[in-house]
Design a protein around this ligand. Structure first.
Ligand code: NDP
Ligand code: GDR
Length: 361
């Protein structure tokens, strides 16, 4: 039975990847951080009672900023594959916590690669690094492919640039099977609530259910290549099953703006919106004249990545990978999940109870 170690198993991608690897018959180990509240919601359906023998999912406390915990876990597990998905993954937050972001997102991967080396696992443990389209930042070429020059635009992207190159370097210097998946934005109902797609589907659903008044948003004109996380984690696994380690761009090759995302969400929720057409500061109202969408500059970033569009031809050619879920299907799945949750919260509220997560993201 193959063993995989997933860092960031409690995040969006970690949850989908754990499910996929368990289906493939792996013994899956995951690293979770200690937190004062439960943080395993996304993988609770995969949980197995620690008292039973022959478990397939095993969690370990650890942190990417803590080398000794990582070395202990890698030594104990002796994984065939490590998927390094853990990161402070929010671009805007990285401007507020640049040093922590560098520690976790740049030095974290180095610590894992060093653990492989210290334990003499260079020839046995394969390593996947969660690289990102944010590396392209101020884009130098459209669409972006593996050979497009990088120009990072945030502390997050600069930290991920180090992680990208240290992965390449350890592959070349020590012969470790290590590769980078340069993934463009991918979303799902499990997406964190403060990323723009989930923020939109959640807020508009809650507005429709009468739980919230307005969606406050940042740059409406930002363009992204949005895919579905379930399609993208398939590729993370595929990249570690090849003869030679290589780096690949994973994207849909299709681009939409934040404004388009709001339009489609509102359409799916059957909420007619009237936009006032004032450009950057544009506002949208419902059929009763109530303000539904408005720009709040506090969501702007000191340096923005205005446009990203990926070219996944290498992945298609060499690995036979094509995304199966369309943009429309992605948004529909997210809207359905968030509208169900909003209706449930509204019902709870109407019976005099309060759910503790009634805040706006
Ligand atoms: P999430 O933010 O949903 O998950 C991040 C995970 O990392 C969580 O499990 C989180 O734990 C964990 N984590 C954060 N900091 C640490 C730390 N110091 N030590 C250990 N664990 C930590 O991210 P996604 O699932 O969306 O993304 C997975 C990876 O892919 C990330 O590295 C991200 O930067 C990268 N990426 C994501 C893309 C996307 O569009 N989703 C695109 C390209 C790259 P906790 O649950 O406790 O917070
Ligand atoms: P991104 O995702 O920065 O691309 O990073 P995010 O959803 O945060 O932003 C996408 C674009 O939308 C604009 N935007 C807003 N963003 C947020 N979060 N909140 C808002 O209110 C808002 N309004 C407009 C942003 O300015 C941006 O242009 C994600 C993360 O998952 C990274 O970890 C990953 O590496 C990249 O995708 C690829």
């Amino acid at each position: 039975m193959k063993k995989a170690l997933i860092t960031g198993i409690t995040g969006q991608d970690g949850a989908y990847l754990a499910e996929l690897l368990l289906k493939k018959g792996y013994e899956v180990h995951g690293i979770k951080r200690r937190s004062s509240l439960f943080n395993t919601n996304r993988i609770d359906h995969l949980y197995e009672d620690p008292h039973i023998q022959g478990r397939h999912l095993i969690l370990h406390y650890g942190d990417l900023t803590d080398a000794s915990s990582l070395i202990h876990i890698v030594q104990k597990v002796q994984p065939d594959e490590i998927y390094n998905l853990a990161a402070q993954s929010h671009v805007k937050v990285s401007f507020e916590q640049p040093e922590y972001t560098a520690n976790a997102d740049a030095i974290g991967p180095l610590r894992l690669l060093e653990a492989i080396r210290i334990l003499g696992l260079e020839k046995t443990t394969r390593f996947y690094q969660a690289s990102t389209s944010e590396l392209y930042g101020l884009v130098q070429e459209i669409p972006q492919k593996e050979t497009t020059p990088f120009y990072p635009r945030s502390p997050y992207a600069v930290a991920k640039l180090y992680a990208y190159w240290i992965t390449v370097n350890y592959r070349e210097a020590y012969g470790i099977y290590a590769c980078n998946g340069i993934l463009f934005n991918h979303e799902s109902p499990l997406r964190g609530e403060t990323f723009v797609t989930r923020k939109i589907t959640r807020a508009l659903s809650r507005i429709k259910a009468g739980l919230q008044e307005t969606l406050w948003i940042g740059n409406l004109d930002a363009m992204r290549d949005w895919g579905h996380a379930r399609d993208y984690i398939e590729m993370q696994w595929l990249m570690l099953q090849q003869q030679k380690p290589k780096d690949y761009v994973i994207a849909t090759g299709e681009q939409h703006s934040v404004r388009d995302f709001i339009h489609l969400t509102a359409e799916l929720l059957e909420m007619p919106l009237r936009w006032d057409g004032s450009g950057v500061d544009e506002r949208a109202y419902d059929d009763k004249g109530r303000l539904v969408v408005a720009v709040d500059p506090r969501y702007f970033r000191p340096t923005e990545v205005e446009t990203l569009l990926g070219d996944p031809s290498k992945a298609r050619r060499e690995l036979g990978w094509v995304p199966k879920i369309s943009f429309h299907e992605l948004v529909r799945e997210m809207v359905e999940a968030d509208y169900d949750a909003a209706k449930r919260d509204a019902l709870v509220k109407s019976h005099g109870f309060t759910a503790y997560n009634f805040h706006e993201s």
